[in-house]
Design a protein around this ligand. Structure first.
Ligand code: COA
Length: 249
């Protein structure tokens, strides 16, 4: 699919499947655009009761498409004009339940988007990493706020600065996921979880989510992070990291 997202609506569950396995489902502008459009439409569509985010291939998502960082650094307009920020805004303010199924690598935004999901199911091979600081960048998607709230400052700071990879058991132990399913059943388990959400009172579910999240605060934090992230894209450390990735043999 040209925008790298496969979409399917069935029995009240909108499935958004990252579909660029040859590039480890790295998210480019087209993918962010499609995800934003789908979330905005799903928010309005009474038929949609839950959204399931999953991915094709052995890995969930290798993060932002590194080859597109230079264009992001050169962007002079408002953040909301950038596909990645459109996506983050749509995700932050999405009022209905979000369920994710994660196998293999989940890097950068592949992990931070999970902090906006209401249920996260992991394959036993899931590997979550936040390499921002190692790349000369800073956390995004509200993760410097949401992660601290979720796992506490000490663990969040260590994870964000070390860039280390955490496995599924660790993520579960830290409260970042609902459960670990074997690779064969991951998709079915996440689908069943999303299906169950569609059987509940839609308004009660939406109100419950709204009571538990603070999208206005998170969005302001995302804009703060984003301003520094964009500055850091031009830093020598980030430039060197991008050049090294581009010239890999
Ligand atoms: N942006 C663009 N392309 C990416 C990518 C990314 N974030 N991550 C992987 N790819 C591409 C690779 O360039 C490669 O393309 P090619 O086959 O045309 O050369 C392909 O996806 C497969 O990646 P590869 O690195 O060979 O797979 P791997 O299994 O050895 O490693 C990762 C997987 C995810 C560990 C590794 O690809 C990686 O570290 N990617 C970068 C992650 C990152 O730093 N993201 C930004 C976070 S802010």
């Amino acid at each position: 699919m040209s925008d790298n997202i496969a979409v399917n609506l069935q029995n009240g569950v909108l499935s958004l499947r990252l579909d660029r396995p040859a590039k480890k489902n790295a998210l480019n502008g087209a993918a962010y655009g499609a995800l934003s459009d789908q979330l905005l439409r799903a928010g309005e569509d009474r038929e949609v009761r839950a959204v399931l985010i999953s991915a094709e291939g052995p890995d969930f998502c290798a993060g932002n498409d590194i080859m597109e960082f230079p264009a992001m650094a050169a962007h002079k307009g408002a953040p909301e004009d950038m596909p990645v920020f459109r996506f983050l805004k749509a995700l932050t303010f999405f009022a209905k339940p979000l369920v994710a199924a994660v196998q293999g690598q989940a890097v950068g935004i592949g992990t931070t988007m999970l902090l906006h999901c209401d249920q996260v199911w992991l394959g036993p091979d899931a590997r979550l990493s936040l390499p921002f600081v190692r790349l000369g960048l800073v956390p995004e998607a509200g993760s410097s706020l949401l992660l601290r709230q979720r796992i506490g400052h000490v663990r969040a700071f260590d994870w964000l600065t070390s860039g280390r990879v955490i496995d599924a058991e660790t993520a579960l132990g830290w409260g970042l996921a609902n459960g670990i399913c074997d690779g064969e059943t991951l998709g079915d388990k996440a689908q069943a979880a999303a299906d169950r959400l569609t059987q509940l009172s839609p308004q009660a579910v939406v109100h419950t989510k709204a009571l538990m999240r603070n999208p206005d605060q998170v969005w302001q934090h995302i804009l703060r992070e984003g301003a520094i992230f964009r500055q850091q894209l031009a830093s020598p450390e980030a430039q060197a990291a991008f050049a090294a990735f581009a010239s890999r043999g």
